[in-house]
Each structure stands twice: as C-alpha cells, then as structure tokens.
Design a protein around this ligand. Structure first.
Ligand SMILES: Cc1cc2nc3c(=O)[nH]c(=O)nc-3n(C[C@H](O)[C@H](O)[C@H](O)COP(=O)(O)OP(=O)(O)OC[C@H]3O[C@@H](n4cnc5c(N)ncnc54)[C@H](O)[C@@H]3O)c2cc1C
Length: 383
C-alpha cells in the first residue's frame, strides 16, 4: 500500500470517529439523510478525488477512492449516501461537452453542486435495461421527458440526475440497446414542473425514491455525447462502480470480522470465551480468508483500471466475491453474537441489512455470473 493510501485511510478513519454507531443508528431509525457526514466528507475533499485537478478535484485514481469507501464501511458507517457523487460525474468527464464539464465539474469539486442520482432502473424493465420505457422526444431546442424510474437513490439530495431515456424505439435499432441516450438533468427548477420525486421506504436507510416525469422539458444541451449511444456511455462507467462497491463490501466484511473477533474473545459462556470453541473460531477464520481473497481481486481490478487496462472480468469478480464475503461475514457476526446481534445498539443488525444490498444492487450476483460465463468463459449466451 502506498504512503498516499495510508495517509488517506488515516484521515478517513479520523473523520469517521466523529460519526460513531450512535449517529448511524439515529439516522437509520429516523430514515434521515446523513447530511453532517456528507458535509464533512465533502469539506475534506474526499468526494472529489476522481475529478481532475484542472477542474478543482484531486485527480486521484480508483485505488484511492476505494480506500476512502472501504474505510468508511470498516468504521461502521455507510458510503451509500454519497458514493455516487464520486463516480457518476465520470460520464460527463468522458463524454460530455466542454461547456458541460466547465459548468458542472468545478461545482462538484467544491461541493457546491451535487450529481449523485442515477436514473436507470424502471419498475417494468428490471435488469433488462433495453426495455426501459422512459422517452426523450426532441421538440425544438428542448427534449420532453415522459416516464418513470424506480430505486433512484439520493434524488432528493442531488441537484442533477444522470438519466437514461429512449430517444428511438427498441425495434428501430440494430441491437436492443441502441436508441437510448443519457441526459444531465438539472432538477433544481423541475420539481412540480414535470418532475415528481417520491420517497421509497426500504429495508435500509438509502434515501431511495421513485421518480415520475410528466412532459418534463429540458434543454437539448442536456444531452451527453451523441443521441442513441447512451447505453455504451453507461457501460463505460460500470467497472469503476463495481470496483468501488466491492471496496465498500470489503470494508463491511472487515467490520463484521473485527466485531466478531473481539466479542468472541470477551464473551464467556460455560466459563470460557466462546472464541475458544472451534465452532465459533472457524467461521470467523473462514470469513477472514474470504474477505482477504476478495480484497486481492478488488486491488487487482483497481490497479488495472488506474493503469488504463481492460478490467471487466476483474471488476465483476471483485464485486461478486466482495458481496459474498461481506454477506457471509455478516451472518457469521450475527451468529457469533447470539441474541445480542439483534440488539440495535450493537449496530450488527443495521450493517447486516445494509450489506445485503451488495448481492442485488447495483448489479445482482446472477448477472455478474452471467457476464463471467459468457464474456470470460465463452459459454453460450443465455438471454
Ligand atoms: C436500495 C437500492 C438502491 C438502488 N439504487 C439505484 C439507483 O440509484 N439507480 C438505479 O437506476 N437503480 C438502483 N437500484 C436498482 C438496482 O440496480 C436493481 O434492483 C438491480 O439491478 C436488480 O434489478 P431488479 O430489481 O429490476 O431485478 P430483476 O431484473 O427484476 O431481477 C430479479 C431477480 O432475478 C434475477 N434474474 C433476472 N434475469 C435473470 C437471468 N436471465 N438469469 C438469472 N437470473 C436472473 C436477478 O439476478 C434478480 O435476482 C437500487 C436498488 C436498491 C434495492
């Protein structure tokens, strides 16, 4: 690990000390956005590490961004409230116009603007993104948006949304994913002007929403890149997202393992620490080995990404292994704590619910396995 990474990790750990379990429990109970935590991360510059220095960011890589998210999760917190502020801007950076970059990136880097809502999933299309129904129709110098998104996280805490919509019917394209476009939607003056956002209460405190577009008018200049190429632009950002989410899952796994290790050493039943029993030791040791293996794959994926090398298989495998490792560690930790694992004050039940998400979103385990089977192993396409 480079000294830079260690410095970053130490700073994140120090920041997270001001946001202990009690803070996260309160937010979880009240389903509140962790505004103070996000402000502190923003002010410390941690959310702008991937923005180039020329736009006011620190121009660091996915490895450094991973270190930040892992430490947040390892400290018992959750980066889900703001992690997208780090990476959604990548689509604008890679495919946006100079004007879009100039008007957005410095504001994101300073924390004045927020781009952390990503509108892809729809109620009826599911993982088959090619079947989204939200449309964007050109009308003079505007586009008119109609449709609905679901699970659009942080939409109520974001100034902009990156939106995927159809600009041409599925049937008109050579391939199912042709005809979709990506828009940078400025939501600030659109509420009740064609845009409705409804809170979606979920198993975890994730500030997620349903979003409805009813003849919402946006300037044609909101289009990113070329019309019809939106899905390709989306794919470009997926490796970064998978690597970063894997880092969060590894942070969770390490939190669960440490919590279990300490408790197993302290809790005495039948006059001896429960950790003296191999029935308790072995699951902790297994979870540790799984987490370390996942971390190696995550580090490999991040290094390849930062070197500009292809990393699709590694990014997907990192996400898969890390999500499995964190879930197994969560189950192990709960079992190690017995009944106390269910008590809110231990934070285990909260982290247990939170870490379960990684096996479903932003991409489900089955879909990652399908990618590996088809694109890495050359097995026949199944859908
Ligand atoms: C808390 C939360 C936050 C989210 N945030 C966002 C967000 O900010 N923006 C956004 O756009 N989306 C978001 N999502 C949506 C998320 O990306 C999707 O839920 C996820 O990709 C799975 O899609 P789905 O729910 O439509 O499942 P479906 O596509 O309906 O699939 C259901 C199950 O069937 C499996 N399955 C489907 N097809 C196949 C197949 N061919 N072979 C094998 N198995 C299959 C899937 O793996 C899954 O387990 C969020 C979801 C949650 C729960």
């Amino acid at each position: 690990m480079s000294q830079n990474h260690q410095d970053i990790r130490d700073s994140v750990v120090a920041l997270c000390r001001d946001f202990p379990g009690q803070y996260w429990r309160g937010k979880d109970r009240e389903r509140q956005y962790p505004t103070e935590f996000v402000r502190a991360l923003t002010d410390a510059g941690f959310l702008s590490v991937l923005i180039p220095e020329s736009y006011g960011g620190s121009g660091l890589g996915i490895s450094e961004a991973s270190a930040i998210l892992e430490e947040i999760h390892k400290s018992g917190g959750n980066g889900g409230a703001c992690h997208a502020q780090m990476y959604i801007m990548g689509s604008v950076l890679r495919h946006g116009s100079d004007a879009q970059k100039q008007s957005l990136l410095p504001g994101l880097a300073s924390g004045e603007l927020r781009l952390q809502a990503f509108g892809v999933t729809e109620p009826t299309s599911g993982t088959d993104t090619s079947r989204i129904h939200t449309t964007a129709k050109k009308d003079g110098t505007d586009y008119i948006i109609n449709g609905q998104k679901v699970w659009t996280s942080r939409a109520e805490h974001s100034d902009f949304m990156l939106l995927l919509a159809r600009t041409a019917p599925r049937e008109d394209g050579e391939r199912p994913h042709d005809g979709m476009s990506v828009f940078l939607v400025d939501m600030r003056d659109k509420i009740d002007q064609g845009l409705t956002i409804k809170t979606l209460r979920a198993m975890i405190n994730h500030s997620t929403t349903e979003v409805f577009f009813d003849d919402m008018r946006i300037p044609a200049a909101s289009l990113i890149g070329e019309e019809g190429r939106g899905f390709r632009y989306l794919l470009d950002g997926l490796n970064a997202e998978r690597i970063l989410i894997a880092a969060e899952a590894i942070g969770d796994a390490r939190w669960f393992i440490d919590k279990a290790r300490v408790y197993a050493g302290e809790r005495k039943v039948f006059d001896r620490p429960i950790g003296q029993n191999q029935g308790i030791q072995f699951p902790i040791a297994q979870a540790y080995a799984d987490a370390e293996a996942a971390a190696l794959m995550q580090e490999k994926a991040a290094s390849l990404f930062d070197a500009g090398e292809p990393c699709g298989p590694e990014a997907n495998m990192a996400k898969l292994l890390a999500a499995d490792a964190s879930w197994k560690a969560a189950d192990m930790c709960l079992q190690t704590h017995g009944g106390f694992g269910f008590a809110e004050e231990y934070d285990i039940e909260r982290k247990f619910r939170e870490t379960r998400l990684f096996r479903v979103a932003p991409i489900s385990t089955n879909l990652v396995l399908s990618y590996i089977a088809e694109h890495v192993l050359g097995l026949p396409r199944s859908f």
